[in-house]
Design a protein. Sequence first.
Length: 283
Amino acid sequence: MANNYLETLYPTWGQQFVMNEVLFEVDTGHQKLVIFKNDQWGTVMALDGVIQTTEKDEFIYHEMMTHVPLFAHGNAKKVLIIGGGDGGILREVLKHPEVESVTQVEIDQQVIDMCIQYLPNHSAGAYDSPKANIVIADGVDFVNECTEKFDVIISDSTDPMGPGEVLFTSRFYQGIKNCLTEDGVFVAQNGVSFMQTDEVATTFKRLSPLFKQASFYSGAVPTYVGGIMTFAWATDNLALKEVSQEVIAERFKASGITTRFYTPALHKGAFALPQYVLDVIKE
């Protein structure tokens, strides 16, 4: 009989997955990692009681985290990824022909190894790319000690608990500011806004003093339950958010990239936020 995996992200409500087959289970010392098969969602990875990614809907999250900042920028040569051990962000970034190098800073080598083995379609060979530079280190330390500048920085972290917690602090954002080019843009996973409204408020408060523009865009990822997910957006280049749908469409067509979720129209629409999120930002 199959066991069930109960997600424990919220104390009073959650979702449950049937574990049709447990593929791997380990305590890495950093976090408790479980990878299992589910008939609906394919291979699923969970860390410390929270669903991180599934084979079936990962493309929505990874496309929105990547193509929104990259097509808005239009000419990103150097990209930095913080976290993202499953390789999905790296895979999508490397599709952009203008990108010359991608540095990925992941705290846990074991997460990368496990994902290459059990979720190979996430990275789809991206870790073998000559453009990819993988650094096993603490993301906060890396950005604060970094002497390089990046055009786009993507923080693909777990929720603000456990090892992921430091990636939602002012020290981290200050470090991001230091290694972002003048016209660059930073984006980050920011939780499901209806359920994690405090996260939106805190992130906005911490990013606002550092950047001319701190905002959010959104996307709905089925297994990140509770409504739309917000992605933090921070830049000193106010033009990036205002790039017209026509220009985004031209860049998208020129790139030759095929997507399953992202479209230029969705890109523009993603910045239209519900009133409850706008109220949080105003407060």
